[in-house]
Design a protein around this ligand. Sequence first.
Ligand SMILES: C[S@@+](CC[C@H](N)C(=O)[O-])C[C@H]1O[C@@H](n2cnc3c(N)ncnc32)[C@H](O)[C@@H]1O
Length: 427
Amino acid sequence: MRCEYFDAGLCRSCARMGVPYQRQLREKAARARELLGGHPGIRWLEPAASPEEGFRNKAKMVVSGTASDPVLGILDRSGRGIDLSSCGLYPEPILGALPVLREFIVERRLTPYDVPARRGELKHLLVTVSPGGELMVRFVLRSKKLLVSIRDGLPGLRRALPGLRVASVNILREHAALIEGDEEIVLTEARSLPMRLNGLELSLRPGGFFQTNTEIAARMYRQGAEWIRAEAPAELWDLYCGVGGFALHAARELGADAGAASGPLGPDAGSAARELGSGAGAAAPVPGRDAGAAPRVLGIEVSPEAVASAAQTAERAGMDGVEFRVGDARVLAPEAGAGPEALVVNPPRRGIGPELARWIEASGARTLVYSSCNARSLAEDLRHLPSFAAREGLVLDMFPQTDHFETMLLLRREARSAGPAAVGDAA
Ligand SMILES: C[S@@+](CC[C@H](N)C(=O)[O-])C[C@H]1O[C@@H](n2cnc3c(N)ncnc32)[C@H](O)[C@@H]1O
């Protein structure tokens, strides 16, 4: 991929821009192996490649310039705006929406926030696209001063952007290096964006986390569900579950929707869902478990919006025994005693940390699926899980053109350790 912004030195976010894609993929796979070199028993699957361009489902644009000539992109060191509205990482629906949104800013006279001067109102535009091409647009403002103007202009914006499903205003009062604040005012009837993956309709509300690369996310959830299905646990917990991607895919595979009149796959069930072994609306029997015995699946996540989305998906899909709780996984999981037979963890870059790792080590879990966007913190966490052996691994290219990637591991408990591992123990 070539990028004019990169070549002109205007944006250096994509550190690997210009490096042939197959080489990027090979080097990421090699890096994962190197960082997890202390686990020689891993059978590595073929790395999951992404489209090189147009893969990002979310644009986070800083708005600068003036109300009559706004700039959507990033700021340089002096706080001056650099236009990135043609960034090749965005798919067509986002690229098509950005000029329309720019025009909306001009028409509604939405004064951009001037970072060096600490003046103005409109800080960021956050645009997310669903797999079906629908859009969620969020205006991040310093105060509610422009709220009425945006609300009044919404019918016109909808005509110009027929794919606009959710529009909201987010209030970020502080002068801080943050993307968004806590207060969200949804302006549309629809409050969530349907993110249909593998025939399962996840739902994303403003402020909820969603994996950056929809195609790779779909592959990731298929892999997680395949690994969990083969283990056939009676109970599964998905820690750091977000909108429930792992939990809901696994629940479907384990037959949580088997009793539902109309299963989550619905009439347009895709081939990806069938690949997993599910028929439309009913999961295939799970090896090693009694037919009809629905598993218990619990997701834990700190964002209430994400939990509400996950619960909505489970309910709509008619899934039994699937529950989501709001809270800190590091607190809620240990409070719940011995824990389940199987766990999925998919934490932020910092990893799960020694305390949660030690609780898992001492828990009753025999299977652990760990999905991480930071193989370094993953390797560090494994030092506190000496009873678990990594059996299979998969590198997924969630972030082409950068040095970042996702690593998934299937770990099984091999032997009971004498006790929780001390920091610095070899894995
Ligand atoms: C990498 S994302 C993964 C989300 C989800 N598994 C997915 O595939 O979309 C990490 C998630 O952890 C949540 N999170 C961060 N710290 C947490 C904590 N201490 N306890 C529970 N969830 C947390 C974030 O809100 C975010 O949704």
